[in-house]
Design a protein around this ligand. Structure first.
Ligand code: PLP
Length: 381
């Protein structure tokens, strides 16, 4: 067989997807698995009518920036909710999920050998996407802060990527931290990328969008998604917001790779945008209350975690267990039928952590899962 490319051969499988695939296999064998590994929350959202969507337009390719109706709704929402103004004609592109949006952005800003600074624990796809673009991920260990980032900047640094609210800790970057990062980006003339896929999963007033502090977007690129905030991950709709030059380059990548997201789904979301928000917002509030209760419970039973109060994730320490995070999660799944994601997938410095997602199970089931995690830590210490 001829050889395969170096970048795909050496790419890591996404750890979260790997463990969720193990869950699907166990479920197919009839096992009852408590799933604490999913990267999404489930909302109750009714199926709205497709009848009024523009037929037969929904059958065909749409504008490769995404349909104007959806871009305009998003622009209005971001202005009103996050004081983040952008031009829906030129400063946004909607594509098939933010994962693709982030990848096409890396394609648009990186040349081979360019470095991208990112802090562990980090979303599993950032380093692999950078490598797929022939760039070099520079990973900052979890116990440093944004005020340590400057020492990682070299002549080859092209960007810093952060994620707020954060998967897997739930941390929300403060305005001061974002301002510091923006100052670094301006000083070294590099890009600051902020992945805001979980923007609605924070208490009122807590989340600050990078777009609200760099209104000209000369150094900023912001990602967001329909997947998490609207509980509609399977429809693959995500977007990038930045200045018109960045978006134009992403647009070209998008035209050659995807053309446009699924037209019918864009029209559906645009038609029901406000109705969906009205339904998801109170459910997110309930979820954040549940998170708080679970957080109190973790404290009560002595489970440690990295700081954070948003999203539906906890990055839980398995110290003083002697197991690696993969050994721990495999044991938890195979012996106790509880799935969590090994911290190693979020960076080398995170092998003494696991990601626990409380977005889908009931409070009682989450408690049962945490009790089992604590017990497994104790008996493997
Ligand atoms: N960014 C973060 C931090 C995520 O956790 C995810 C999904 O897990 C994504 C981006 C990608 O989301 P999507 O491609 O569904 O928009």
């Amino acid at each position: 067989m001829p050889t395969l490319s170096r970048v795909t051969t050496t790419a890591e499988e996404a750890m979260s997807i790997k463990y969720n695939t193990m869950v699907y296999d166990l479920k197919r064998q009839g096992k009852n698995v408590l799933v604490l590994s999913l990267g999404e929350a489930f909302f109750e959202i009714p199926l709205f009518s497709f009848k009024d969507l523009p037929f037969p337009g929904i059958y065909h390719y749409s504008h490769s920036r995404g349909i104007p109706e959806l871009r305009t709704s998003l622009a209005k929402y971001f202005k009103e909710s996050y004081d983040f103004p952008f031009d829906p004609e030129q400063e946004i592109i909607i594509t098939a999920g933010s994962k693709a949006a982030i990848h096409m952005t890396f394609m648009s800003i990186l040349d081979p050998g360019d470095e991208v600074i990112m802090q562990e624990p980090l979303w599993v796809s950032y380093p692999e996407q950078v490598k797929l673009c022939y760039g070099v991920p520079v990973q900052v260990p979890y116990n440093e802060t944004v005020y340590d980032f400057e020492k990682y900047i070299t002549k080859k640094t092209k960007a810093i990527v952060v994620n707020s609210p954060h998967n897997p800790t739930g941390y929300v970057y403060t305005k001061k931290e974002l301002n510091h990062l923006l100052k670094l980006a301006r000083k070294h003339d590099i890009w600051l990328l902020c992945d805001e896929a979980y923007s609605d999963f924070a208490e009122a007033g807590e989340f600050v969008s990078l777009g609200s502090i760099d209104k000209k977007k000369e150094h900023s690129i912001i990602f967001n998604s329909i997947s998490k905030n609207y509980g509609i991950s399977g429809w693959r709709l995500g977007y990038v917001i930045s200045n018109k030059d960045v978006i134009y380059n992403v647009l070209k990548a998008n035209q050659h790779l995807i053309t446009c997201p699924a037209t019918i789904l864009e029209y559906y979301i645009a038609a029901h945008f406000l109705e969906i928000l009205k339904i998801t917002k109170p459910q997110i509030k309930q979820l954040l209350n549940k998170r708080m209760e679970i957080s109190n419970y973790m404290e009560k039973i002595g489970l440690q975690r990295l700081p954070g109060g948003a999203t539906f994730y906890f990055f839980v320490s398995i110290n003083p267990s002697k197991l690696t995070s993969e050994e721990f999660c495999t044991k938890l799944l195979q012996e106790r039928y509880i799935s969590a994601v090994p911290g190693l997938g979020y960076g080398k410095s995170c092998d003494k952590f696991i990601r626990v997602s409380v977005g889908t199970a009931t409070f009682e089931d989450n408690k049962r899962g945490l009790d089992n995690i604590k017990e497994l830590i104790d008996i493997t210490s």
